[in-house]
Design a protein. Sequence first.
Length: 140
Amino acid sequence: MSDSHAQPFILLHECIIPVRWGDQDALGHVNNTVFFRFMEQARVEWFEQQGVICNSDQPQTIVIVHASCTFLKPITYPANVRVRLYGGEPGRSSVMTRYELLDEDSGNSYATGEAKVVWIDPVKGKSIALPDSLRALLRG
């Protein structure tokens, strides 16, 4: 997954998320807000695997300053969604992440998305430099 005029995005993490009955809305498909939860789950899993605990009790953590989703196909119960998380070129304190939400069985695409992740000091409420260890992982 890459733009022709930007640095390539590298695959960081993949996970399988089962659709729950309660994820559906009145129209019988997974509610749009749940797509963002699927992306969030993949992102949190990857950060926690890197030793980053995603909560405000930590001296450093992440926040999302922008998120978007392009809905391509409805998800219906039952299903398992394969979520692929990609990371872009890191900036001083942020990195753009991209997502693919796929049907685990067919590989058909349900949606694509993006989220800009910013590293912060939650006490000061200000962005801070990405740790060198994460920067290295994001550069492949």
